[in-house]
Design a protein around this ligand. Structure first.
Ligand code: AMP
Length: 213
């Protein structure tokens, strides 16, 4: 499958992507994970992205298109991919369309994971992430077996820098202003699936249903 996962921070894009990749061997491509790894490794890319990320703002379209232009050429994309957190602006969506046309790749559709703002806020303030493998936990509904330690790889499970209340509020404002117009964009392209994403089971089912139809 080749899908775009759209939705506010905390809508469940990463969780849904992990479940779908386990089903058919397609790969999850999260620009947020790529950027966090670059920041951690102290690369040029990481240095350029760090300040905007910490403030809950978007990094530049040019930087993101540079990353994605290379990433989509990697061999593991041949089995399909789930774009998680990309595109995030109309210029990114336009650039992606051009890039895919050039590569001769067709997307199945874009999925809009729709979740009420109060649910998002609750999820983000209670979310914890493994710094090593990116596994996602929740202090209330899905804590690691040993506090602060990843079940999968033993890495440290922490609250992300951009999951303070101030940064979360900024990220949601940025989402409303710059990313939510993509729902219309893909609607007009005739390739949008809207899903109530309060439960990830319902999202996975809706996506599988549409892929099979
Ligand atoms: P995420 O993990 O997807 O919430 O991304 C974390 C942060 O990385 C965002 O708040 C942005 O600062 C940056 N980021 C991730 N993906 C993009 C993108 N497609 N365009 C611009 N900035 C991005």
């Amino acid at each position: 499958m080749r899908l775009i996962l759209l939705g506010a921070p905390g809508a469940g894009k990463g969780t849904v992507a992990k479940r779908l990749t386990a089903i058919d061997g397609s790969v999850q491509i999260s620009t947020g994970d790529i950027l966090r790894a670059a920041v951690k490794a102290g690369t040029e890319l990481g240095k350029k992205a760090e300040a905007a990320m910490k403030a809950g703002e978007l990094v530049s379209d040019d930087l993101i298109m540079g990353i994605m232009g290379e990433r989509l050429l990697e061999a593991d994309c041949k089995n399909g991919f789930l774009l998680d957190g990309f595109p995030r602006t109309i210029p990114q969506a336009e650039a992606l369309k051009g890039l895919l046309a050039k590569l001769g790749i067709e997307l199945d559709f874009a999925v809009n994971l729709d979740v009420p703002r109060d649910v998002i806020l609750d999820r983000l303030t209670t979310r914890r992430t493994c710094v090593e493998c990116g596994a996602i936990y929740n202090v209330k509904s899905n804590p690691p077996k040993v506090e602060g330690k990843c079940d999968a790889c033993g890495g440290a499970v922490v609250q992300r820098d951009d999951e303070t209340e101030e940064a979360i509020s900024k990220r949601l404002d940025v989402f409303n202003a710059q990313t939510s117009p993509l729902v219309d964009f893909y609607g007009k392209e005739g390739m949008l699936l809207n899903v109530n994403a309060t439960s990830s089971d319902a999202v996975v089912e809706a996506i599988q249903g549409k892929l099979a139809s």
